[in-house]
Design a protein around this ligand. Sequence first.
Ligand SMILES: Nc1ncnc2c1ncn2[C@@H]1O[C@H](COP(=O)(O)OP(=O)(O)OP(=O)(O)O)[C@@H](O)[C@H]1O
Ligand SMILES: [Mg+2]
Length: 287
Amino acid sequence: MPEGSLPKEKTVVTRPYVQVEGIARRYGPTTVFENVWFGVNRGEFVCLVGHSGCGKTTILNILAGLDAPSEGVVLADGREIAGPSLQHAVIFQGHALVPWMTAEQNVAFALGSKHRDWPRHRLAEAARAALAKVGLEGAAGRKPSELSGGMKQRVGIARAFAITPKMMLMDEPFSALDALTRGALQEEVSRLVTEAGQTAFMITHDVDEAILLSDRILLMTNGPRARVAEVVVNTLPKPRVRATLHHQPGYHALRDHIMDFLITRSRTLAGAPPDGYDPRRPPEVII
Ligand SMILES: Nc1ncnc2c1ncn2[C@@H]1O[C@H](COP(=O)(O)OP(=O)(O)OP(=O)(O)O)[C@@H](O)[C@H]1O
Ligand SMILES: [Mg+2]
């Protein structure tokens, strides 16, 4: 055996937890996006950024098994995603709570779909513990109509984390909230994802949110025929704190790069890809 090479049985094959392989979505003659390839590694936090209508929600729904691509496949843990899974929880932009159930019942209901053998009192207890983790111990008995927007979103977060999924999928989960609530919930989600060692995929329009949370940021061109133009590697050290993020060396350059993409390059790069662009390996950029 040549010096320096590993014996076969010790070769470790690492593949991403999620592998998106050449997916497209077409509606009749319109192609929303095509040739989209990317991976999300285990324990990694990936954000997807792009303008309205480029297909972000569609991609997230495909990852959640709630929608299927017109072309291509998505693998999770090496297996094709063919439908919703309790291993992949979604936090929606709207809280998507059941209006006639209390906060506790909403969380217990989700828990019951995972733990079918648990008696009611155990589900209720676990639901209260999940709500306590997001600071809602006092609101367990309230219905969504009796909760503020931020509290409703917290219930949605508690519900998603309660089922201890391997992957958390988030579609602009904080966009409807005021800045203060948004900041608090970003930090909560970041803590919960890190504690659980989860893989996370989040769509956001908030560049600071992407910089705060992500390990890598996928930048999508405008549609139609949108694609992942590049992948920005976020090398800012962790843990990151919202209040001091903008003082970190490298923050402004990273922010400017993403803003320039959103303002100009997302449009100029739309349509025909540049020479040398390989959709299977969109360029990784370190700022
Ligand atoms: N049933 C449908 N028929 C035709 N076009 C559709 C249909 N559903 C969605 N689309 C189109 O697909 C595109 C992608 O929608 P999607 O919701 O994924 O976008 P998005 O990037 O999440 O946008 P936003 O930032 O506004 O949430 C949109 O241009 C939309 O008009
Ligand atoms: Mg969307």
